[in-house]
Design a protein around this ligand. Structure first.
Ligand code: GCB
Length: 599
């Protein structure tokens, strides 16, 4: 999360908007409208983890056939949330296998009686799951962090009785060589050390594998003839904006579409009809990232036919971003909630949108089944996020073992597939800068590099950073001649630890390490280094290990969102860069506006 290169984003931002012509089927964000109603199912659900040895008792005993409490004890589980941190039962924190969620809902009579209404169940994200409605097998889906849905009209529109719906969702958080992220299950068979059947989940990434219904679940309606998908691509011709739209309608061929484009003041600036067309907006206001224009993040809204997690934390995080003067982040290492993407559009925060391709560390993870699944996941990411102006680049993976021969072919295919889905945006993956011969780099548009000089080696030797960073940039640039983003750098820091001269884990060490990186970055910033993203915005939970003190502490904010000293250093830097690169006529005005708002 950091201020990217102003120059690069200025060139990319307004031009590279969504275009995803190769995708089938939509996943529009549910919104209330005169023709659509939503019913959020957030709140308390009944919950049970299946602790049986094979974790399959729930299926063997068909828990979904009857209310969950009838087959054994349940506990209350809030949705959205991760089940791991809620209970005092330590077994649940580390549970691997199937967990069961259940909730009963009473539907409005019109939803069940009016056959011109379509009722849809939408899950914001759940890692590998199966769903039953009233005991009927409804849907299966693989992969977390992305929404999926099922048309359940047939199940709820069954007769004159008021509809009490029982929704049962079974979720499995096991990571295998073909899930994304991948993982392995290891059975420990030495009975002198481990009880019979003992296993552990191995992961190859650095965050805690939280699980559960972590995003909202909801029911919504549409008419039986409905808009399934909308794809918007934009371009600029002199001072006019061109908005190409493509609308997919399902359910009937008998419909009329009216399209209206409204500006930020809700004034209609262009009209159209039909499923595809082009709208022209003379004197267009472009979407600019935060701090790069006097009126950044200008949004138009497109109205078509009728119209149709933790908020306080989210708003706090965006306030911190703006306080810092940052204008970009990467969704490391999986797609964030749709509400986050909407906030980025509204606040002018540029996003590198990353899929859950993390932990691709072993040769056996680069197999054909995984490749196929990875492409499918990219389809889901692009389908969901293609129309967000804030998204400027897709990232297909974080630190895959890209020095392996098999990784080269795999990454080439995923990148090519992503480009075919959306030819308008650049595609990348994030490299570990230690991989001397990177087999994937030839296929990316922008090289993204993670490096941890004077942290994971040369402990304490901050004086080496500038030299090592210069070598890193020069080697990669010489070889690939592509723009480079420093996509991670940082130091583990325990808030309140102080030592001068600096020692590792203190606030002084984090500050000094970042300062040394910044000197190195400034050497290349106006040449080919087009962005810098520190690791990390805030401290976060990981698996336990001797290298992690209650999680990863490389945040410049604590998990409770309080600044460490480094936050002030970055704030000074980002605002300085913003003032250097911002539209000249807007400097005085927005500087003063921002300061009055955030200091
Ligand atoms: C990385 C990973 C990130 C880790 C970070 C670290 O390279 O991309 O997931 O959290 O290093 O702190 O070690």
């Amino acid at each position: 999360m950091a201020r990217g290169s102003a120059v690069a984003w200025a060139a990319l931002g307004p031009l590279l908007w969504g275009c995803a012509l190769g995708l089938q089927g939509g996943m529009l964000y549910p919104q209330e409208s005169p023709s659509r109603e939503c019913k959020e199912l957030d709140g308390l659900w009944s919950f049970r983890a299946d602790f049986s040895d094979n974790r399959r008792r729930g299926f063997e005993e068909q828990w979904y056939r009857r209310p969950l409490w009838e087959s054994g004890p349940t506990v209350d589980m809030p949705v959205p949330s991760s089940f791991n941190d809620i209970s005092q039962d330590w077994r649940l924190r580390h549970f691997v296998g199937w967990v069961w969620y259940e909730r009963e809902v009473i539907l409005p009579e019109r939803w069940t009686q009016d056959l011109r209404t379509r009722v849809v169940l939408r899950i914001g994200s759940a890692h590998s799951y199966a769903i039953w409605v009233n005991g009927v097998d409804t849907l299966e889906h693989e992969g977390g962090y992305l929404p999926f849905e099922a048309d359940i009209s047939n199940l709820v529109q069954v007769g004159p009785l008021p509809s009490r719906l029982r929704i049962t969702i079974a979720i499995n958080n096991t990571l295998t060589p073909t899930t994304l992220p991948p993982g392995t299950i290891q059975y420990l068979t030495d009975t002198s050390k481990y009880p019979k059947g003992y296993f552990v989940q191995n992961t190859y990434f650095d965050f805690f594998n939280y699980a559960g219904l972590q995003r909202s679940v909801l029911l919504y309606t549409t008419p039986t003839t409905y808009i399934d998908d909308i794809t918007v691509t934009t371009s600029v011709e002199q001072d006019s904006g061109l908005v190409n739209y493509q609308i997919s309608v399902k359910g009937s061929n008998l419909f009329k579409l009216e399209v209206r484009l409204l500006d930020a003041e809700n004034k209609v600036v262009a009209n159209g009809t039909g499923t595809q067309g082009q709208l022209k907006v003379p004197g267009v206001s472009l979407w600019w990232p935060y701090l790069m224009h006097e009126r950044p993040a200008y949004l138009y809204s497109l109205e078509i036919r009728g119209k149709g997690f933790d908020w306080p934390l989210l708003v706090k995080d965006f306030n911190l971003l703006r306080w810092l003067g940052a204008n970009a982040f990467r969704t490391s290492h999986y797609p964030y909630a749709e509400e986050v993407m909407q906030m980025c559009d509204r606040y002018g925060i540029v996003v590198i949108d990353e899929c859950p391709g993390v932990g691709l560390a072993l040769p056996q993870f680069f197999n054909n089944v995984s490749l196929h699944h990875h492409m499918q996941v990219m389809e889901e990411v692009v389908r969901r996020d293609k129309n967000h102006p804030a998204v400027v680049m897709w990232s297909v993976a974080n630190e895959p073992a890209s020095h392996l021969e098999s990784a080269g072919y795999y990454l080439k295919m995923v990148i090519a597939h992503t480009k075919s889905l959306d030819p308008s945006r650049p595609v990348t993956f994030v490299s570990n800068s230690n991989y001397a011969a990177d087999k994937g780099a030839p296929y990316v548009d922008v090289i993204c590099l993670n490096s941890y000089y004077s942290w994971y080696h040369d402990y304490g030797h901050l004086e080496l950073i500038q030299l090592q960073l210069a070598t890193q940039f020069e080697n990669w640039y010489k070889k690939y001649q592509k723009p480079i983003i420093q996509s991670e750098y940082g130091a583990e820091t325990i808030a309140g630890f102080h030592q001068d001269p600096p020692l590792m884990f203190t606030e002084e060490y984090q500050k000094s390490l970042l300062e040394q990186y910044h000197l190195g970055l400034d050497q290349k910033r106006r040449k080919y280094v087009v962005g810098e993203l520190i690791w990390n915005f805030a401290d976060f939970m990981t698996e336990q290990s001797p290298t992690r003190v209650l999680g990863n502490k490389k945040g410049i904010f604590t998990r409770q969102r309080q600044p460490k000293s480094a936050a002030f250093l970055l704030r000074e830097r980002y605002w300085k860069i913003a003032n250097e690169t911002r539209y000249p006529h807007s400097v005085a005005k927005s500087q003063c506006l921002e300061n009055s708002l955030f200091t």
